[in-house]
Write a protein that binds this ligand. Structure first.
Ligand code: 4NP
Length: 152
């Protein structure tokens, strides 16, 4: 039986696609790609159907991490299908808890809960001028995804 993880942010064009791509890369490097279902999704539908922000794409290209994502909304059924749903900030978590139907199996938590450096909130770089915030977000996701996998 596959394990499953869903990464959530507001728009599904910056933070959660980066987390998804980093996680996929990490499980691929560990030889565990076929053991995982991995996806990301949005809480808002402003960017539905769009590819990730070009600064997120540039950041992942710089690190040699493939990213293939089209923004889509989180669904009610996701709460029953995924084992883990990781949000990027406290607003994401309270929104997810509000939307979770009864009988959800997913464990909803902050991705940053797994950061060995203790940074709980994943940097939201959407309103930045440049791409430094995207690098920061990438580094946080990298630490958290690897620590999460190590903890299993
Ligand atoms: P994300 O970034 O949630 O990391 O994808 C954002 C994307 C869009 C908006 C805010 C944050 N927005 O307000 O449209």
């Amino acid at each position: 039986m596959k394990k499953s993880v869903l990464f959530i942010c507001l728009g599904n064009i910056c933070r959660s696609p980066i987390a998804e791509a980093v996680f996929l890369h990490a499980v691929t490097e560990r030889g565990a790609r076929d053991q995982w279902r991995v996806d990301s999704a949005a809480l808002g539908d402003w960017h539905t159907g769009r590819a990730p922000d070009h600064r997120a794409q540039a950041t992942m290209k710089r690190h040699g991490v493939p990213m293939d994502c089209r923004a889509h909304l989180v669904k009610r059924s996701d709460f029953k299908e995924f084992d883990y749903i990781f949000g990027m900030d406290e607003d994401n978590i309270s929104e997810l808890k509000d939307r979770a139907p009864s009988g959800s199996k997913a464990q909803v938590a902050l991705l940053g809960m797994h950061d060995p450096e203790g940074e709980l909130i994943i940097r939201d770089p959407y309103y930045d001028d440049g791409d430094e915030g995207f690098e920061k977000c990438y580094q946080q996701c990298l630490r958290c995804c690897n620590a999460f996998l190590d903890s299993l």
